[in-house]
Design a binder for this molecule. Structure first.
Ligand code: DPM
Length: 360
């Protein structure tokens, strides 16, 4: 067998091929997401040997603290990145929204797959079947530990109360159904759908009620930035509209210096070759906010790069086969919108939100 960092396998005819190992978190949602990416790779590359390696991350182990209070940016990604760095795995599948906008050096997002429904969804306690957030009784308790969701919903639905809820999706649904602590919980529609729980979605929240998180609903494949073979292999998984939207969203959040613990939300759309980006920042109770929309043309996208080693990253994403000019404009759009909000005082809103959250 060949020497070196990679793992190889010899088949019955003596042919040696490289084993591609895919890292994943152990939660059911993570496994489902990873299996779907593995399935697509298997279809595209029937001869490749794929192996899935599941591991626990800090975020999985700390279950009693609100995510926004733990304060570590790469909560769900660090252990997986260590494995990537040590060549124990070759690619890692994540929910894009869990990936920081600046990745540690040596890593890149080699694929952003077609986005599921990016909106948030309401799941009701069975005793409230038929209700909406509007019609739930006064002081009903809604479970979410997302500052972004709480800020927007507190403002929009002042008759409701909000409390933290942690744990993976299975745990949260059990906490909702088996106890009387919560009248409803708010979760990403994408996660619920992937778990096969569409039927529990009673309401999809429109942008007027609640805008989504940067990258929400899209899966990302993280790889070693220098691993040209793997980059090339996964690059065909990119979905053009999704990548452009997510580059704009991530560039927006990056310029605002927001992590997963600030109330920042977005809404994007590609229509008639125009990319529309709406972005907003909120105080923790939603009383203070800034929101604006900008657009950029994605037409006449220009060159696509042929060789992966010529590649540039935009907002942490490497996308060889997507027109470079369009990616540049998407990245600039995100930065420009952030600058616009910063010029109107976004920094103060976010600084106060961070301080209050740390003091909670
Ligand atoms: C991030 C947030 C949450 C996750 C914060 C936010 C929700 C935390 C919570 C950055 N990551 O959205 O404002 O509700 O306490 C997460 C989920 C998914 C990926 C679950 C969810 C699945 C959907 C997807 C947790 N990360 O948001 O309901 O692939 O986008």
């Amino acid at each position: 067998m060949e020497e070196g960092p990679y793992k190889y396998i010899r088949d019955g005819d003596g042919k040696v091929s490289r084993v591609i190992r895919i890292g994943t978190r152990k939660s059911q949602l993570a496994r489902i997401q990873t299996d779907s990416v593995a399935e697509q790779l298997k279809q595209l590359y029937p001869d490749v040997h794929l192996e899935i390696v599941a591991m626990s991350t800090t975020g999985d182990k700390i279950l009693d603290t609100a995510l926004s209070k733990i304060g570590e940016k790469s909560l769900f990604t660090k252990e997986l990145e260590n494995a990537l760095e040590n060549n124990e795995v070759d690619l890692v599948v994540h929910s894009l929204k869990d990936l920081p906008t600046t990745l540690p050096p040596g890593f890149t997002i080699g694929a952003v797959l077609k986005r599921e429904n990016p909106h948030d969804a309401v799941v009701l306690h069975p005793k409230h079947a038929g209700k909406t957030l509007d019609t739930l009784p006064k002081n009903s308790v809604i479970g979410t530990s997302s500052l972004r969701r709480a800020a927007q919903l507190k403002k929009r639905f002042p008759h409701l109360d909000f409390k933290d809820i942690r744990g993976n999706l299975n745990t949260r649904l059990k906490k909702l159904d088996d106890k009387d602590d919560f009248s409803a919980i708010v979760l990403a529609a994408a996660g619920l759908r992937r778990m096969g729980w569409d039927s529990r979605i009673s309401q999809i929240l429109e942008p007027e009620d609640c805008m989504y998180a940067v990258g929400q609903g899209a899966l990302a494949v993280e790889v070693r930035a220098a691993d040209a073979d793997i980059l090339e292999m996964v690059s065909v998984l990119h979905h053009e509209d999704t990548v452009l939207r997510c580059i704009a969203e991530r560039a927006f959040l990056r310029r605002l210096e927001g992590g997963c613990s600030v109330p920042v939300a977005v809404h994007t759309q590609v229509k008639d070759c125009q990319l529309y980006l709406t972005g907003a920042v909120f105080s923790l109770d939603g009383s203070d906010s800034l929101k604006d929309t900008m657009q950029a043309s994605m037409a006449g996208g220009g060159e696509t790069l042929q060789k992966v080693d010529e590649l540039v990253q935009r907002a942490g994403v490497t996308a060889a086969k997507i027109p470079g000019h369009a990616q540049d404009r998407a990245e600039r759009l995100g930065g420009d919108l952030a600058d616009l909000l910063l010029s109107k005082g976004a920094k103060d809103i976010l600084t106060v939100a961070r301080q209050h959250n740390d003091a909670r």
